[in-house]
Ligand binder design. Sequence first.
Ligand SMILES: [Mg+2]
Ligand SMILES: [Zn+2]
Length: 173
Amino acid sequence: MNKRVKVVFLDRDGVINAKAPEGDYIKSWKEFHFLPGVINAIRLLNDNNYRAIIITNQRGIARHLMTMQDLHVIHSSMEDVLQRYGAHIDGIYVCPHEKGTCHCRKPDIGLFLQAEQEFPVDKSKSWMVGDSESDIEAGRNYGIRTIAVANPIPLADEQFPNLLSAAYFIVNG
Ligand SMILES: [Mg+2]
Ligand SMILES: [Zn+2]
Protein backbone atom coordinates (compact mmCIF):
# COMPACT_ATOMS: atom_id res chain seq x y z
CA MET A 1 0.00 0.00 0.00
CA ASN A 2 1.13 3.52 -0.79
CA LYS A 3 2.32 5.67 2.04
CA ARG A 4 -0.37 8.18 2.97
CA VAL A 5 0.31 11.80 2.06
CA LYS A 6 -0.48 15.14 3.69
CA VAL A 7 -2.49 17.35 1.36
CA VAL A 8 -3.41 21.01 1.39
CA PHE A 9 -6.45 21.36 -0.84
CA LEU A 10 -6.62 24.87 -2.21
CA ASP A 11 -9.52 26.73 -3.67
CA ARG A 12 -8.26 28.80 -6.60
CA ASP A 13 -10.15 32.07 -7.12
CA GLY A 14 -9.70 34.33 -4.10
CA VAL A 15 -6.98 32.11 -2.60
CA ILE A 16 -4.33 31.76 -5.32
CA ASN A 17 -5.41 34.47 -7.73
CA ALA A 18 -7.57 37.58 -7.47
CA LYS A 19 -11.23 36.77 -8.00
CA ALA A 20 -13.09 37.92 -11.08
CA PRO A 21 -15.74 40.58 -10.47
CA GLU A 22 -19.03 39.16 -9.14
CA GLY A 23 -20.77 37.10 -11.84
CA ASP A 24 -17.69 36.95 -14.05
CA TYR A 25 -14.98 34.28 -14.43
CA ILE A 26 -11.24 34.14 -15.06
CA LYS A 27 -11.46 33.22 -18.74
CA SER A 28 -7.91 33.84 -19.94
CA TRP A 29 -4.35 34.06 -18.64
CA LYS A 30 -4.39 37.85 -18.87
CA GLU A 31 -7.19 37.88 -16.29
CA PHE A 32 -5.21 35.68 -13.89
CA HIS A 33 -3.27 37.60 -11.22
CA PHE A 34 -1.48 35.83 -8.37
CA LEU A 35 -2.33 37.23 -4.95
CA PRO A 36 0.64 38.49 -2.89
CA GLY A 37 2.73 35.80 -1.17
CA VAL A 38 1.02 32.90 -2.93
CA ILE A 39 4.07 31.57 -4.76
CA ASN A 40 6.09 31.56 -1.52
CA ALA A 41 3.17 29.87 0.25
CA ILE A 42 3.00 27.06 -2.31
CA ARG A 43 6.77 26.58 -2.19
CA LEU A 44 6.60 26.40 1.61
CA LEU A 45 4.00 23.62 1.33
CA ASN A 46 6.10 21.83 -1.31
CA ASP A 47 9.22 22.04 0.85
CA ASN A 48 7.40 20.63 3.87
CA ASN A 49 6.10 17.55 2.09
CA TYR A 50 2.50 18.69 1.68
CA ARG A 51 0.85 17.95 -1.65
CA ALA A 52 -0.67 21.19 -2.98
CA ILE A 53 -3.87 20.31 -4.82
CA ILE A 54 -6.29 22.81 -6.34
CA ILE A 55 -9.98 21.99 -6.28
CA THR A 56 -12.03 24.60 -8.06
CA ASN A 57 -15.60 25.19 -9.25
CA GLN A 58 -15.54 26.68 -12.76
CA ARG A 59 -19.17 27.08 -13.71
CA GLY A 60 -18.15 29.49 -16.49
CA ILE A 61 -17.53 26.37 -18.57
CA ALA A 62 -21.12 25.12 -18.17
CA ARG A 63 -22.25 28.62 -19.08
CA HIS A 64 -20.15 28.57 -22.28
CA LEU A 65 -18.21 31.64 -21.21
CA MET A 66 -15.00 29.64 -21.50
CA THR A 67 -13.90 26.17 -22.56
CA MET A 68 -12.02 23.42 -20.77
CA GLN A 69 -9.17 24.21 -23.19
CA ASP A 70 -9.13 27.86 -22.02
CA LEU A 71 -8.86 26.57 -18.47
CA HIS A 72 -5.97 24.25 -19.38
CA VAL A 73 -4.10 27.18 -20.92
CA ILE A 74 -4.58 29.27 -17.76
CA HIS A 75 -3.40 26.40 -15.56
CA SER A 76 -0.35 25.55 -17.61
CA SER A 77 0.67 29.23 -17.64
CA MET A 78 0.17 29.32 -13.86
CA GLU A 79 2.31 26.22 -13.46
CA ASP A 80 5.04 27.72 -15.65
CA VAL A 81 5.27 30.75 -13.37
CA LEU A 82 5.32 28.60 -10.24
CA GLN A 83 8.05 26.42 -11.70
CA ARG A 84 10.15 29.48 -12.44
CA TYR A 85 10.08 30.22 -8.70
CA GLY A 86 10.74 26.65 -7.61
CA ALA A 87 7.15 25.88 -6.64
CA HIS A 88 4.59 23.49 -8.05
CA ILE A 89 0.99 22.31 -7.82
CA ASP A 90 0.61 18.54 -7.50
CA GLY A 91 -2.89 18.25 -8.96
CA ILE A 92 -5.81 20.30 -10.22
CA TYR A 93 -9.40 19.05 -10.08
CA VAL A 94 -12.16 21.09 -11.67
CA CYS A 95 -15.94 21.04 -11.50
CA PRO A 96 -17.08 22.57 -14.79
CA HIS A 97 -20.77 21.93 -14.12
CA GLU A 98 -23.86 24.01 -13.42
CA LYS A 99 -25.11 24.10 -9.84
CA GLY A 100 -27.26 21.11 -8.92
CA THR A 101 -26.22 18.91 -11.85
CA CYS A 102 -23.29 16.92 -10.44
CA HIS A 103 -21.63 15.52 -7.34
CA CYS A 104 -18.36 17.38 -7.68
CA ARG A 105 -19.32 21.03 -7.28
CA LYS A 106 -18.22 22.21 -3.82
CA PRO A 107 -19.67 21.93 -1.16
CA ASP A 108 -19.99 18.36 -2.48
CA ILE A 109 -16.89 16.23 -2.10
CA GLY A 110 -16.55 14.72 -5.57
CA LEU A 111 -13.34 16.62 -6.35
CA PHE A 112 -11.69 15.27 -3.19
CA LEU A 113 -12.72 11.77 -4.20
CA GLN A 114 -11.18 12.32 -7.64
CA ALA A 115 -7.95 13.41 -5.95
CA GLU A 116 -8.02 10.27 -3.81
CA GLN A 117 -7.78 8.20 -6.99
CA GLU A 118 -4.26 9.58 -7.37
CA PHE A 119 -3.21 10.52 -3.86
CA PRO A 120 -3.60 8.34 -0.75
CA VAL A 121 -4.80 11.27 1.36
CA ASP A 122 -4.04 11.23 5.07
CA LYS A 123 -7.16 13.10 6.14
CA SER A 124 -5.91 13.57 9.70
CA LYS A 125 -3.00 15.66 8.40
CA SER A 126 -4.73 17.44 5.53
CA TRP A 127 -6.41 20.81 5.18
CA MET A 128 -8.88 22.64 2.96
CA VAL A 129 -8.11 26.33 2.41
CA GLY A 130 -10.77 28.53 0.87
CA ASP A 131 -12.34 31.96 0.80
CA SER A 132 -16.00 30.87 0.51
CA GLU A 133 -18.41 29.12 2.77
CA SER A 134 -18.81 26.37 0.14
CA ASP A 135 -15.06 25.60 0.39
CA ILE A 136 -15.24 25.30 4.15
CA GLU A 137 -18.41 23.19 3.97
CA ALA A 138 -16.74 20.95 1.38
CA GLY A 139 -13.71 20.40 3.59
CA ARG A 140 -15.94 19.61 6.56
CA ASN A 141 -18.09 17.28 4.46
CA TYR A 142 -14.94 15.45 3.38
CA GLY A 143 -13.71 15.25 6.97
CA ILE A 144 -10.59 17.41 7.04
CA ARG A 145 -9.70 20.58 8.92
CA THR A 146 -10.44 23.90 7.28
CA ILE A 147 -8.88 27.33 6.98
CA ALA A 148 -10.69 30.44 5.78
CA VAL A 149 -8.57 33.07 4.09
CA ALA A 150 -9.46 36.63 3.11
CA ASN A 151 -12.98 36.48 4.59
CA PRO A 152 -13.72 35.38 8.13
CA ILE A 153 -15.95 32.28 7.93
CA PRO A 154 -17.19 31.18 11.35
CA LEU A 155 -17.55 27.54 10.23
CA ALA A 156 -13.79 27.25 9.55
CA ASP A 157 -11.36 25.80 12.10
CA GLU A 158 -8.84 28.60 11.52
CA GLN A 159 -8.86 32.05 9.89
CA PHE A 160 -5.96 33.81 8.21
CA PRO A 161 -5.70 36.93 6.07
CA ASN A 162 -3.99 35.16 3.17
CA LEU A 163 -2.50 31.90 1.92
CA LEU A 164 1.04 32.66 3.09
CA SER A 165 0.01 33.09 6.73
CA ALA A 166 -2.15 29.96 6.45
CA ALA A 167 0.79 28.01 5.01
CA TYR A 168 3.09 29.12 7.84
CA PHE A 169 0.49 27.93 10.32
CA ILE A 170 0.09 24.57 8.56
CA VAL A 171 3.80 23.76 8.37
CA ASN A 172 4.63 25.03 11.86
CA GLY A 173 1.62 23.38 13.50
MG1 LIG B 1 -12.85 31.16 -4.05
ZN1 LIG C 1 -19.29 19.07 -11.06
